[in-house]
Ligand binder design. Structure first.
Ligand code: AMP
Length: 297
C-alpha cells in the first residue's frame, strides 16, 4: 500500500487531501520515518485552533489538520446547516502555520450508505453537555476514532475549551488501546476573556457583550477558590448569580465537578472543574476552568 505515494516536502507545500484511501496510504508512508501530529477541527478557524496547530508544529515532523463538520455530533435541532464554513480562508490560515496536510473529507465518504458502527464512551458522556445533547459524544467519539484510523497520528492536540470532549477522547484512546498520545491545550481567549469559538460569529454586538459574563463568572469562581472557598455549591451559586445578573443569558448548567469523572462534587478537595453551558440569544456557548491549588489553570 502507498508505494506510488510521495511523502510531502516538509512545510513548504501544503496539500489538501479529500479521499480517505489517499490519506491512509500517505500516512502509512510517512509513519515509516516521520512523527505525525494531528489537529481535528470543524473549520472556520480562529486563534484557538491555530494555537493547537502551532503546538502540533512544534512537536511533529508532519502536521495534519482535518476540516470536517461531523453530522453525527449535531442533534436534529442544532446548527449543522448553518455552521460557518470558509475553506479558502481556513486553507490560507493553515498554510501560514506551515501545515503539511489538510484532510477535508466528504460526509458521504465518512458515512457511506449502510454505515452502522458507533463508539460509545460510557459514563463520561452522560454528564455536563451530555445531558442535553443526547448522542453528541457518540458522534464525537465515532468521528475522532475514524479520523485517527485514517490519519494514523502519533499524537493529536485537542482544546481544553471542550473539556468533556477532551476527556471522552482521552478515555476512548486509552480503552481502545489506540496507539497515540492525546495532548490537551489551554483555552485561547479574546483579549476581554471570551473563549474563542467558531460560534462567536453568531453573536450580535449586544449578545457579545453579555457573553462576557461567562468568563467573568469563571474568574470569580477562581477568586473564591484562591481565597479558600471549597464549598462547591457556594461557588456554583455565585457563578449562576453572575450569569443571571443581566438579562439574556439562559443557563443550561453550571457544574462544579470532579475533573476526571465529571460528576458534581459538594466539597472541593484539591481540584475541581467549573463548567458552564448557556444560551446567549440563540447561540449555545460553553466555557470552563479547572480550579487547582498552587497553579494557574
Ligand atoms: P471545533 O472546530 O470547534 O470542533 O474545534 C476543534 C478543536 O479546537 C477542538 O479540539 C477544540 O477544543 C479546539 N478549540 C476550539 N476553541 C478553542 C479555544 N478557544 N482554545 C483552544 N482550543 C480550542
Amino acid at each position: 500500500m502507498g508505494s506510488s505515494q510521495t511523502t510531502p516536502t516538509l512545510s513548504t507545500n501544503m496539500k489538501t487531501i479529500t479521499t480517505i484511501g489517499e490519506m491512509q496510504a500517505l500516512s502509512d508512508e510517512m509513519r515509516k520515518d516521520k512523527r505525525i501530529g494531528f489537529v481535528p477541527t470543524m473549520g472556520y478557524l480562529h486563534e484557538g485552533h491555530l494555537a493547537l496547530v502551532r503546538k502540533a508544529r512544534e512537536l511533529a515532523d508532519i502536521v495534519v489538520v482535518s476540516i470536517f463538520i461531523n453530522p453525527t455530533q449535531f442533534g436534529p435541532k442544532e446548527d449543522l446547516a448553518k455552521y460557518p464554513r470558509d475553506f479558502d480562508r481556513d486553507s490560507n490560515l493553515l498554510e501560514q502555520e506551515k501545515t503539511d496536510i489538510i484532510f477535508f473529507p466528504d460526509s458521504k465518504d465518512m458515512y457511506p450508505k449502510g454505515y452502522t458502527t458507533y463508539v460509545q464512551v460510557r459514563d463520561l458522556q452522560n454528564y455536563l453537555c451530555g445531558k442535553s445533547r443526547t448522542g453528541h459524544f457518540v458522534g464525537v467519539a465515532t468521528v475522532v476514532a475514524k479520523l485517527f484510523n485514517i490519519v494514523k497520528p502519533h499524537f493529536a492536540v485537542l482544546g481544553q475549551k471542550d473539556y468533556q470532549q477532551l476527556k471522552v477522547i482521552e478515555r476512548m484512546a486509552q480503552d481502545l488501546n489506540m496507539n497515540l498520545e492525546i495532548i490537551g491545550y489551554p483555552t485561547v481567549r479574546e483579549q476581554d476573556g471570551l473563549a474563542m469559538s467558531s460560534r462567536n460569529t453568531y453573536l450580535s454586538p449586544d449578545e457579545r457583550s453579555r457573553a462576557l459574563l461567562i468568563s467573568t463568572s469563571l474568574a470569580e469562581a477562581e477568586r473564591l477558590f484562591r481565597n479558600g472557598t471549597r464549598d462547591a455549591v457556594l461557588i456554583q451559586r455565585e457563578v449562576e448569580g453572575i450569569l443571571k445578573s443581566k438579562e439574556g443569558i439562559d443557563i443550561e448548567y453550571v457544574s462544579v465537578a470532579n475533573p476526571e469523572t465529571l460528576e458534581d462534587v459538594e466539597q472541593i478537595k484539591d481540584k475541581a472543574l467549573v463548567a458552564i453551558a448557556c444560551h446567549v440569544g440563540k447561540t449555545r456557548l460553553i466555557d470552563n476552568k479547572v480550579l487547582m491549588e498552587e497553579q494557574n489553570a
